[in-house]
Design a protein around this ligand. Structure first.
Ligand code: ADP
Ligand code: MG
Length: 380
């Protein structure tokens, strides 16, 4: 393994005070519900972003990432303002800024990052980078923040400093998940439950397939979907779409323009799928998750319209080869697909996906199996 302590030293010329790690995540179910005050069920991946860090007393922030632009970004903490830090350094700098905004006395730091979370693959490398930074500063400056508090700081960094209007799921997953559980989160109250999840004991694998495509329309489309959901909630006179039940859908259709109806249908049914999935897991029925995943994908494809040919093809090829279920995970327009597969069927499913991609002329996807891993923590 590459030694981040040595790498830190090579860049910053001294030893770090410690090393922290924060994971990427996959969301099992509950997509596009977090900005509608709804429910989500992510789990952390074993892939992490490591942050080796040392406190500085001169108010300087010096940032380097092995996955970045091969140079140290040197910034003065008191001069951090949204819009001034371009590129990847905006994520960790945004965390320092957000801590200051929240009234925490954070001075400078040297930071070195190394990550094996694929970036831009819908696996939340951005939250991993933010949460690793937040966990490091929390300890270096004795801030005493809890994991959910760190997640909110990280989200504020991404929303207000980097300028990405993401919901709170990714940061909550990266900060709060525990090994062997999925995180059942109410994004309105931030109430969270750790739901035991053991794929191995059920004879199953969760196969994550990174399509390696990210269609450009993603960011603009995401913001537009958020606005449309808020507009629909306003027209229906509810604080958020989370406040609608299945029984409200028919009446809601009469009060909404046609283009908003499928969006509302997705959010309402997706919240129900989260509840169903949690029931399955609590009842020890991990296999039952399969059909819920596929139903979630169809809803994202046909109602929310955020899937793309590549993610649709992975789902189709996986299910055709005997997977119990599959769905795109993350915001959509590319990224990754999760598929629930019996252990013995994994090679057949992987093979079918590879063949389908080759036949369609798409670049080969890459896949790995995932177990629910731990959230942000100090590792050295
Ligand atoms: P995702 O979070 O799904 O991976 P995002 O677009 O939200 O995709 O975030 C990806 C961006 O986050 C990258 O383009 C890069 O700017 C930044 N990033 C994430 N991890 C790292 C890292 N380890 N080093 C440098 N930049 C990173
Ligand atoms: Mg992200």
């Amino acid at each position: 393994m590459i030694d981040v302590v040595k790498e830190f030293d090579a860049v910053h010329g001294t030893a770090p005070d410690g090393v922290w790690a924060a994971p990427g995540r996959v969301n099992l179910i509950g997509e596009h519900t977090d900005y509608n005050d709804g429910f989500v069920l992510p789990m952390a991946l074993s892939h992490t972003t490591m942050a080796a860090a040392r406190r500085r007393e001169d108010g300087q922030l010096r940032l380097f990432s092995a996955q970045g632009d091969s140079r140290v970004s040197a910034l003065a903490v008191t001069e951090l303002t949204p819009g001034v830090v371009a590129g990847w350094a905006g994520y960790p700098a945004g965390v320092v800024w957000a801590l200051g905004e929240a009234g925490h006395d954070v001075g400078g730091a040297d930071l070195f990052f190394r990550s094996d979370v694929p970036t831009g693959a819908g696996l939340s490398s951005s939250a991993a980078l933010e949460c690793a930074t937040a966990a490091a500063l929390n300890d270096l400056y004795d801030l005493g923040l809890t994991p959910p508090e760190l997640a909110l700081v990280a989200q504020r960094a991404e929303n207000a400093f980097v300028g990405v209007p993401c919901g709170v799921m990714d940061q909550m997953a990266s900060a709060c998940c525990t090994e062997g559980t999925a995180l059942h989160l109410d994004t309105r109250t931030l109430e969270q439950r750790h739901v035991p999840l053991d794929f191995e004991a059920a004879g199953l694998y969760l196969l994550v397939v990174d399509t390696r495509v990210k269609h450009d329309l993603g960011n603009g489309a995401y913001a537009a979907l958020r606005t449309d959901c808020e507009r629909a909630a306003g027209l229906l006179g509810v604080p958020a779409l989370r406040d609608l039940a299945l029984a409200d859908l028919e009446a809601a259709d009469d009060r909404l323009p046609p283009e908003l109806r499928p969006l509302v249908r997705h959010v309402v049914t997706e919240n129900l799928r989260v509840a169903e999935a949690v029931n399955c897991l609590n009842g020890g029925d991990v296999r039952g998750l399969g059909a819920i995943l596929t139903a979630g994908h169809i809803s994202l494809r046909d109602d929310y319209r955020v899937s793309c040919p590549e993610t649709d093809l992975v789902v189709e090829a996986a299910v055709d080869a005997g997977a119990l279920g599959a769905r795109m995970t993350g915001g959509g327009f590319g990224g990754s697909v999760i598929t629930l597969v019996e252990t013995a069927t994994v090679p057949k499913v992987e093979d079918n996906i590879t063949r389908a991609f080759s036949a369609a002329g798409f670049p080969a996807p890459r896949s790995f199996t995932a177990m629910p891993a731990a959230g942000a923590r100090r590792i050295r």
